[in-house]
Design a protein around this ligand. Structure first.
Ligand code: G1P
Length: 277
């Protein structure tokens, strides 16, 4: 039973300073909706409606965003903007939100390990909200869930990247078992192009078996002096099955200014049918 989704959101967002001095980077809007809300809608669409945040200092706005604001609802009632909070309020009532804090920023692997107290011993989704993903038919988490339901194992989302970009991603070593699916043998975090095992990169959507927590407990600090989720999944692949899905859709790296602007322009075109003026 897959019902929980973990959102690591403790990062400082230094690439977006000064905007992120007091505002969480996950609250930066693509058009009129915060980045993190897209991720939660994607999880909820896949039926993962128990939303678990690993949060940090200066992230309170996220908790407030996923709570009803009755005063604002009353203020909007009967006005032409009465419907603007409708879908968010539905999301809030349809999901349960729990929070824990990552007191020290020791990497993504550490953040996921901190989330163990919210997840327990069951498979779970992970969404990195910086990766803004648009599935062609259904969302990326729903696509991962279909593979999970068929194979009952860890599934990670991947996409091909230019070879000279491997040092920005977790990269898989594996073999293709169908047009969109790979059996993963190992993963390498941010390899230089000359040592990268492929150009198939991990993007920020995962369904993980709870065994990953045991692996996270044994890994050493890796690339960048941080505990890397990639290293734990790579160890997991030695003992159990890990599949990688080339998802159907597109993805923008909203951890970078260029990716953020591209995602904004793309979303504008989707909504208004024309490029922004
Ligand atoms: C993280 C992961 C990396 C993955 C990437 C996807 O890196 O460590 O394996 O490819 O997310 O966005 P980050 O972008 O946080 O450096």
């Amino acid at each position: 039973m897959l019902r929980k989704c973990l959102f690591p959101v403790a990062g400082y967002g230094t690439r977006f300073l000064p905007a992120t001095k007091v505002m969480p980077k996950e609250m930066l809007p693509i058009l009129d909706k915060p980045l993190v809300q897209y991720g939660i809608e994607e999880a909820a669409e896949a039926g993962l409606n128990q939303i678990c945040f690993v949060t940090g200092q200066a992230k309170r706005a996220i908790e407030d965003h996923f709570d009803r604001n009755m005063e604002l609802d009353d203020h909007l009632a009967g006005t032409e903007r009465a419907n603007t909070l409708l879908s968010l309020n539905e999301l809030i009532t349809g999901c349960q939100f729990t929070y824990t804090r990552q007191a020290e920023q020791l990497g993504l692997g550490h953040a996921i390990k901190v989330g163990e107290s919210l997840i327990g011993n069951e498979p779970f989704g992970v969404v990195l909200p910086d990766d803004f993903c648009i599935g062609n038919d259904v969302g990326v988490m729903s696509q991962l869930k279909s593979i999970f339901q068929e194979h009952q194992c860890t599934v990670i989302a991947v996409e091909e990247v230019p070879m000279d970009r491997t040092a920005s991603y977790g990269i898989i070593h594996g073999h293709q078992i169908s047009s969109s699916l790979y059996e993963v043998e190992k993963l390498v975090e941010k390899p230089a192009p000359e040592s990268a095992p492929s150009n198939i990169a991990v993007i920020g959507r995962y369904i993980l078996s709870p065994e990953v927590f045991g692996e996270l407990a044994t890994i050493n600090k890796g690339v960048g002096g941080e505990y890397q989720l990639t290293d734990a999944i790579s160890n997991l692949a030695q003992n159990s099955r890990v599949l990688a899905l080339k998802f159907d859709g597109c993805r923008f790296d909203c951890g970078s200014l260029a990716g953020f602007v591209a995602a904004t322009n793309y979303s504008f075109r989707c909504r208004f049918g024309t490029a922004p003026p």
